[in-house]
Design a protein around this ligand. Structure first.
Ligand code: FAD
Length: 365
């Protein structure tokens, strides 16, 4: 290894932990990765996520900076995915936004916000004929749609699996599963790293906390926002786009997966409850699904799952310096939307190149 190579400890092997480990390994560094999660990642919000990369439609309900960070990630994802050992499903045909007759006031409001927040060429309004040409299956139910071209989604389960393979096979990565780590300090890090890696705190160039929701004892203001999703196999439905269904309570997304599988999510509930999907949410998710296309009637439910999104007060990510290392957290609904852009910035922070940050607002030294 080169003399510039560093030894990192990363805590948490969810979306951010495993992506960051992968990028650091590619740069020639070594990583000890410690997490309560299994190698599959089933305790991580990123494992059940719809994995939409939707800069414009998310910015409409949040803030313009979301679009800016998201567009940077949208450009980076294909480059990152091309570095994986095999292709994964990445659909960048854009998002169609539709609403049922009863929700016309909602879509009118959404359209006004889009006009106010976005540029004119970020989206177009499609009539029934144009919608039919783009997604004939949707035109059976809807007379018009908004079309956002620069949006994508990816097969997060395949991504997790490939990253697991890469990390477990790389001799510069030592990945151990551990008990819940409630609080980090130089002392607790020494004790954990002795137990799992035969090292101490001083052996690491940096310690990086990627515990998501699990970092609450160390990160003031971190909260959890529950989300529930349904995953189905629908041989009778063949959508080529991601679809957003305007709904008075939740921003529902239908994210396609290979082989006629779809993920529909997600509820947004201010709660740290990680228990199973409620009957009410299950009914709402299923009726939203069936209302999009009658072919979903005979779809098979593969999974219904719930997890919590880690969020700060402003729902934007944060990178914080502590006396023992870095915390990178608060990705909320935007782990896939933000991670390549924010991780690239974080790599510059690790290198001390603060002047080159794209989104320095989220770095608290
Ligand atoms: C229902 C749902 C749908 C979503 N859809 C999208 C979407 O379409 N697009 C998008 O961009 N984002 C989406 N997200 C958001 C995205 O999944 C999160 O922003 C992202 O996963 C956050 O990454 P993270 O690594 O910080 O946390 P996580 O992915 O949750 O990973 C945290 C890891 O740390 C480990 N850990 C936690 N606590 C401890 C502890 N105390 N000790 C040791 N290890 C610990 C966990 O086991 C886990 O492996 C969605 C989230 C949900 C819940």
């Amino acid at each position: 290894m080169s003399s510039d190579s560093k030894q990192y400890l990363i805590v948490g092997s969810g979306l951010i932990g495993r992506l960051l480990t992968w990028r650091l390994l590619r740069l020639g560094h070594s990583v000890d990765l410690l997490s309560r999660d299994d190698k599959q990642g089933s305790d991580s919000a990123g494992f059940i996520a719809a994995a939409m990369v939707s800069p414009a439609t998310e910015a409409i309900s949040t803030e313009p900076m979301v679009k800016e960070i998201g567009l940077k990630s949208l450009a980076l994802w294909p480059q990152w995915l091309a570095e994986l050992p095999e292709p994964i499903f990445y659909q960048n045909n854009g998002t169609l936004v539709v609403a049922h007759a009863g929700d016309q006031a909602e879509i009118a409001r959404f359209t006004r916000r889009a006009q106010h927040t976005l540029d004119n060429d970020d989206f177009s309004v499609l009539d029934k004929q144009q919608l039919s040409e783009k997604e004939s299956g949707l035109a059976e139910q809807f007379d018009q749609a908004l079309f956002f071209e620069q949006e994508s989604c990816l097969d997060n389960r395949h991504l997790y699996q490939l990253l697991t393979d890469i990390l477990t096979q790389d001799k510069h990565c030592n990945w151990q599963q551990c008990e819940d780590i409630l609080q980090l300090s130089k002392e607790s890090i020494t004790s954990l790293s002795k137990q799992y890696f035969e090292r101490s705190y001083d052996d690491y160039d940096e310690v990086i906390d990627c515990r998501g929701n699990g970092a609450k004892h160390d990160l003031t203001g971190l909260r959890s926002v529950r989300g529930e999703v349904i995953r189905v196999h629908a041989p009778e439905v063949d959508f080529k786009h991601a679809i957003r269904l305007i709904h008075p309570r939740y921003p529902f997304y239908l994210a396609p997966r290979p082989n006629n599988e779809y993920v529909l999510g997600a509820t947004v509930i201010e709660s740290d409850d990680m228990s199973e999907v409620s009957v009410r949410s299950g009914l709402e998710l299923m009726s939203a699904l069936y209302s999009l296309h009658k072919g979903f009637a005979e779809a098979r439910v593969l999974e219904m799952s719930a997890h919590c999104r880690p969020a700060m007060v402003d729902n934007m990510p944060t990178i914080k310096r502590t006396e023992w290392g870095f915390q990178i957290n608060g990705f909320y609904r935007h782990g896939y939307l933000f991670s390549p852009a924010i991780i690239n910035d974080f790599l510059k922070i690790l290198d001390g190149n603060l002047g080159q940050l794209s989104f320095g607002d989220y770095y608290h030294a």
